[in-house]
Design a protein around this ligand. Structure first.
Ligand SMILES: [Zn+2]
Length: 472
């Protein structure tokens, strides 16, 4: 070997060592931990999701609270997602209290969302349409009283598991499993889930959001810690009376087999207020565990593809912001209240009144009883690097609104988690109120509320970004 070559080798060696040390130093001050805790309700628990009553008769697969804790220079954020239809602000407050006391992480740093699984327990405070009595009320009360403790436990265990780690982000694209469920119809109306092969369908009344956001963390030696997936697809693929997390069950199984069972896989809900899994151009029925498995498999495939497109996130500081926004109420006439009460009194059995009559009656009564008091909606933003932020919204939000926040965000990649830190029901965009149909008829907030959330979320993102720029 010539001396020239030797010198070159030494240079390469020093350069590589330098890079390695720099990489280790840069990554070593970021610590990440993940954990999941079982939150499966017992048989007999009243189930969520529809406009009629049903109870759990079997457990198909367990429900979990899954927590990801990220720490940089002693500052932490906890991002938690639960396999539940929604999460009430009372439960969120309970978890935040417990964690503030035990770990000293304050509310601004804790985000708790729900996947919107329809094959889970009823959550009081989230569209509670009926009052269970007797044994089922007892079972539900006992279950709900334990939930904050179990969700807090997932954060504590993730915190205990903190270790030097690196985190990266990638964006996949999947457009074959989600569908806008509102359609322009030949009679001039906007139809909501108008039925498979309905000849009156002209075209969808809105887009889908094909983004598959993948936040992946591993130890400095490459051992997987967590895959956090965010996708906009309303989770009502199963139905029936068996407990199931829906497609996150399959997603976690497949990614766990691929990356190792020790990894925590989390699915969080994107803005899917007007999105579901029903393909009206295909005549086949789409309900049941098989369908959830098919959709979960397709999504898992896209996540696996996205693993090859991940870019490291350089976490230089963790920045957070939280704000309660007051949303105005829609107009309801007191004259409509007696008729609405007559309809809701019939509630309980399937088909006791036309679906939209129930929807409008519940909304009329709830809004009337607020006596003009606006609805509190919490928005939370975590900026994890100068190119990546997470926004949470406490509602089932139209996909257009989420896509707009993402496109105008000052962060190159912005992930939006809906049904987080409480829920105020559907948030449609302004045009949907003109078009009518299910979501705006059901919504407890006035037209323009969705646009208020968008404006506030963008203000918060921009405020954090300005901080990023000024402290560099
Ligand atoms: Zn739903």
């Amino acid at each position: 070997m010539s001396s020239c070559n030797k010198g070159w080798n030494k240079k390469v060696f020093l350069l590589l060592t330098g890079w390695f040390l720099a990489l280790t130093a840069f990554a070593a001050d970021v610590r990440i931990g993940a954990a999941s805790v079982k939150i499966t309700p017992p048989v007999g628990t009243p189930m969520a999701g529809y406009y009629y009553e049903r109870g759990v008769d079997k457990i198909h697969d367990d429900l979990f609270a899954k927590a990801l804790v990220i720490e940089k220079d002693g500052s932490k954020v906890a991002i938690v997602t639960c396999d539940l239809i929604g999460i009430s602000d009372q439960i969120v407050a309970g978890v935040r209290n417990l964690i503030q006391k035990s770990l000293g992480i304050d509310a601004d740093h804790i985000m708790i969302s729900a996947t919107h699984a329809h094959t889970g327990p009823v959550i009081p405070g989230f569209k509670m349409r009926y009052n269970p009595t007797g044994k089922s009320a007892e079972i539900l009360d006992s279950y709900i009283s334990k939930l904050p403790g179990l969700i807090a436990k997932s954060i504590t265990e993730a915190n205990n598991a903190l270790q030097p780690a690196q985190i990266s982000f990638g964006l996949g694209h999947e457009e074959s499993i989600s569908f806008n469920r509102r359609f322009f119809m030949t009679d001039g109306t906007v139809g909501w889930n108008p039925g498979k092969l309905n000849p009156k369908i002209i075209k969808p009344a809105g887009p889908i959001d094909p983004d598959v956001a993948v936040l992946y963390s591993e130890t400095l030696t490459g051992k997987p810690i967590s895959t956090y997936v965010n996708f906009a697809l309303h989770l009502d693929n199963v139905g029936g009376t068996e407990i199931s997390a829906d497609l996150p069950f399959t997603l976690s199984n497949i990614l766990g087999k691929f990356k190792g069972e020790g990894m925590v896989t989390t699915f969080s809900q994107g803005c899917s207020g007007n999105i579901n899994h029903l393909n009206v151009k295909n005549k086949d029925p789409q309900k049941g565990h098989g369908e959830a498995q098919r959709i979960g498999t397709v999504l898992a495939g896209e996540v696996i593809k996205t693993y090859t497109r991940l870019s490291p996130l350089n976490i230089n500081a963790i920045r957070v912001k939280r704000q309660i926004v007051k949303l105005p109420l829609p107009e309801v006439s007191p004259d409509d209240v007696p008729a609405a009460r007559e309809i809701t009194a019939r509630f309980g059995k399937q088909d006791a009144a036309p679906f939209f009559d129930f929807v409008k009656a519940f909304k009329t009564i709830e809004v009337f009883e607020r006596q003009g008091k606006p609805i509190d909606a919490e928005i939370q933003v975590f900026a994890l690097s100068d190119s990546f932020a997470v926004v949470s919204l406490p509602a089932e939000v139209f996909t257009e609104l989420g896509m707009y926040i993402k496109s105008r965000s000052p962060y190159a990649n912005t992930m939006i988690v809906e049904l987080a830190n409480g829920s105020v029901g559907y948030i449609a965009d302004r045009k949907a109120y003109v078009e009518g149909s299910y979501e705006p008829w059901s919504s407890r907030v006035a037209p323009g509320s969705g646009e208020i959330l968008v404006e506030k979320a963008l203000e918060m993102l921009n405020a954090l970004k300005t901080k990023d720029l000024t402290t560099k």
